[in-house]
Design a binder for this molecule. Sequence first.
Ligand SMILES: [Ca+2]
Ligand SMILES: [Ca+2]
Length: 340
Amino acid sequence: MKPRQGWLALALVLASLLAAASTWWLQAGRQAAPAAVEGRGCTLEPQPASSAHPGMVWVPAGSFDIGDTVYPEELPRRRRHVDGFWMDRTEVTNDAFAAFVRATGYLTVAERPVDSAKHPGLPPEMQQPGAVVFVMPPDVRGRADISQWWRYVPGADWRHPGGPATGIQGHGAFPVVAVTVEDAQAYARWKGQALPSEAQWEWAARAARPAPAPAHEQPRDANTWQGLFPVVNSGEDGYVGLAPVGCYAPNALGLHDMIGNVWELTADAWTPQHGDAPPPDQVPAGLRGGGAAQQVIKGGSFLCAPNYCMRYRAGAREPQDRDLAASHLGFRTVLVAPGP
Ligand SMILES: [Ca+2]
Ligand SMILES: [Ca+2]
């Protein structure tokens, strides 16, 4: 494919690979939201008042074999060592991101004019600020053409995750979506924190357990997709779309929604497979030469289903365009500081 020919195609391919987006407002109209907590948030377990970093949990140091064996990009498994660090126990919420925007006046990438020099030849609708949005189709002809359920929506952004007519009122406890790695890193810097490396993220998702390799089954304590993606979503896990953060049981470290709900951005530039050496942590991809345009994202989302995207696993990974927002994609931050 000519690199400039199809940002649309690229966007759609990436989006499909990620199995992304925010259908909560659309799907909620089709299927009654089964959870009584819709919109209000879920109650997080209290933390000790003495906690050095409220809202974060300590992830101890350790070594493990990064990766998994389900999809080619998870190979080869490589030994990685991770020093101890603090990590947000939930995905960053709309309320938290709104506080950052209020304090700084920050404008997200999806709200800015599209860089036509960087992406020449875009169709008119993609020359407008916006984000990629999942729209549940009534039926599909196979799953090769992902434009059956993925759309670039002008006016979609973190405040309007489904497009201009949608909003986040009453959804302050939901994960912020439609943010890019630049946005996530700006938030993290404001907090004095950083995005996790892929190794940090995966080690934390494994609850700092070096072995055995995590199971491949669809998890029960996570917001994923039950049914035949993209047309049948039974919502057996309580949510057909996004869920407020912290509605599902935490892992053994106290981290919620590492698997499912929203995909999570990392600090690492995308590599098609795990290399001999780990990518340098927390270094913007552009600084490593070549201007890598994609970032590693982890954990899968509420759109991950057994028939389409079995990426509800710690070792799963996907690429995401650095400058393209999607309504299934959020993040959480880490802090390198002395442990408890
Ligand atoms: Ca679900
Ligand atoms: Ca997640």
